[in-house]
Design a protein around this ligand. Sequence first.
Ligand SMILES: *Cc1c(COP(=O)(O)O)cnc(C)c1O
Length: 338
Amino acid sequence: MWRYRRFLPVRPGETPITLGEGGTPLLELTRTAGELGLGQVWLKDESINPTGSFKARGLAMAVTRAVQAGAEAFVIPTAGNAGVALAAYAARASRRAVVFAPTTTPPTILVQIRVFGGEVRLIDGHIGDCGRAARELSAQTGAFDVSTLREPYRIEGKKTLGLELAEQLGWTFPDAIVYPAGGGTGLIGMWLAFHQLCSAGWVSGKPPRLFAVQPAGCAPVVRAMERGAERCEAWADPWTTASGLRVPDPLGGALMLRAIRETGGGAVAVTDEELTAQAELVSRREGVDFSPEGGATIAGAARLRANGSLGPDDRVVLFNTGAGWLYRSEKGEVRREK
Ligand SMILES: *Cc1c(COP(=O)(O)O)cnc(C)c1O
């Protein structure tokens, strides 16, 4: 992703802390486009990033800046994948990382955090509860807290999602993007990237309509859109198999709502049954290892097509934000119950 360093907060000549993140393929899904009844469909496959998810982009950027600023240790609250990414980039920078994760985090993800030397502390709660624990540890020990949107640089790394896909489409924008929204850095980061590309004059035309997909068991953005609200309200008792989307009270809620409304997009909820079924089906159909969150974008696109938000000629980009194998046990099954 460092080919876009002119758009990123790095100094000339500075060497970033990198594991080769970004530069992921934009795959055309011809059969899925047919199934969904859409003009053209592409998948930005983020599962092949180092550590298996797009969290690598944000944490490469954040760890690079924090180390330059003197950070000696890190702490993060996570629904899973951000913890794996932090552990890996902290290792790369010879720094310690403490990761607060819910007890319900998929076991393979916890294994991966430990593989990179991250210290896992399990919390009986959701990512918001983990956030409180991380802030306490940060206050006590001085470990740098890399929580979503509480530091300014993870979002800068996420911007590269939008820069890459515009380049991969020959410096044009698609009509719509369907994104599995949790904390919202991906959506807000792409929104920022599209603004920057327009003002730099690299792309002309209207930025894509941004659509957020959330699981029915944790859908604060969808509810705020339905109510015409400017901010999200905390979702009580959140639960979903798509653990990356179990963010009941996103700090970036108001920004996500602005990005969605400004671009003429929308938000849609899908059930855990739908997103798991789609992840399994599309993995077999396309040969891509879909995470439950990736499955949510397929299920969401189907719903958006059915309710008329997406039309038969639309050129749509979907996201597989992480790798499916991270969610599976040895038996090859995705955990469905709490
Ligand atoms: C974190 C995560 C999300 C949510 O991403 P945001 O940009 O924070 O909304 C989606 N999918 C996966 C696999 C994740 O790890």
